[in-house]
Design a protein around this ligand. Structure first.
Ligand SMILES: [Zn+2]
Length: 327
């Protein structure tokens, strides 16, 4: 089996379908349907999604299912089981701790529960993994600041960095200067979703704040100077092709700028974003990109190695991952 890396994978959008009934039972959550067949449309978006709203409402049920410690632990554990069986040997799994406090958990309790699932999973399955804590655009600023503090508390103990996710077109990156200034005072490394639903200026702002990687960043393609900057400074983009097409940022796969970004020498990585909602896997994303753009095996291997290079790991850990990928 081929080995893969996934650096951009949201827990709530990637709940394994075979864990839904157990999560509902464990969390005592009433499901909107009784059979898996009827539940699937609540969890998986149509490949030709009508609009962003249709896509976003697929997060409602997963978020409702992830409001207790037992459910959070199980979800992370089951996701690791699923992706390791697909050949993923390293994954950075992200989620927003602040979105899981509806039933009274604190963000620290949420993170501790997710970490229990992580540590159980990596002990049992042939995979290495860390968590990323997402702040949310549009969330209460104090909730986001608490996410920064929780990230700091668990940094190096299974959590590798902080992120900013959510509606980029409604809540511009520029509005989060204070949050990232705060993260810098805490010495919390961060990445930012930028250039997904807003133009290159959003990516420039994320870089000015100090983002180590850019989530998506596909609109960088519109700015030659930015492409040059990303290439020169080895700033990786976490590209998720199926997701971009599904939310209608890109009309169809062959219009996706991934090949242009690779051509420009930007360190591109390929990832899933939301495996369940988008009905994809990282192997599926690699296959899709290679087939659509006619990339060589050597180019695909380069993308995998970009993923190793971009990971929040030590040089020694990266060396080990590279060896696994190249063998
Ligand atoms: Zn994302």
């Amino acid at each position: 089996m081929k080995h893969y890396i996934d650096l951009h994978l949201h827990l709530d959008g990637s709940l394994p379908l075979n864990s839904i009934l157990r999560l509902a039972e464990l969390g005592e959550v009433a499901l909107p349907a009784d059979t898996m067949e009827e539940l699937v449309p609540h969890l998986v978006a149509d490949p030709d999604c009508k609009d962003l709203a249709e896509f976003l409402n697929k997060f409602d049920l997963p978020i409702a299912l992830l409001q207790t410690e037992a459910c959070l632990e199980l979800a992370v554990y089951e996701l690791l089981r699923t992706i390791s069986a697909q050949g993923v040997i390293y994954a950075e799994i992200r989620y927003a701790p602040g979105a899981h406090c509806r039933r009274g958990l604190t963000q620290t309790q949420v993170m501790e529960a997710a970490l229990r699932g992580l540590h159980r999973g990596i002990a049992e399955f042939p995979i290495k993994s860390q968590l990323i804590a997402c702040c949310m655009r549009g969330a209460d600023p104090e909730v986001n600041r608490e996410t920064a503090r929780v990230t700091q508390k668990f940094l190096g103990k299974g959590v590798c960095c902080m992120d900013l996710a959510g509606a980029e077109s409604l809540f511009p990156t520029e509005d989060y200067a204070d949050l990232f200034a705060y993260a810098r005072t805490l010495d919390v490394p961060f990445i930012i979703h930028a250039g997904e639903a807003a133009g290159p200026a959003s990516v420039w702002t994320a870089l000015k704040f100090g983002a180590k990687r850019i989530g998506h960043g596909i609109y960088s393609v519109k700015d030659k100077t930015l492409l040059e900057h990303l290439r020169e400074h080895h700033i990786p983009l976490e590209v998720c092709v199926t997701s971009n097409v599904q939310i209608k940022e890109i009309a169809c796969v062959k219009d996706h700028p991934v090949a242009q970004l690779i051509e420009a020498g930007v360190p591109v990585t390929l990832n899933t974003d939301n495996m369940t909602i988008s009905g994809t896997s990282v192997a599926g994303e690699f296959e899709l990109v290679q087939r659509t753009f006619g990339l060589s095996d050597a180019q695909m291997e380069r993308i995998l190695l970009n993923g190793v290079e971009a990971a929040f790991l030590t040089e020694k850990e990266k060396e080990k991952l590279s060896e696994q990928i190249l063998n």
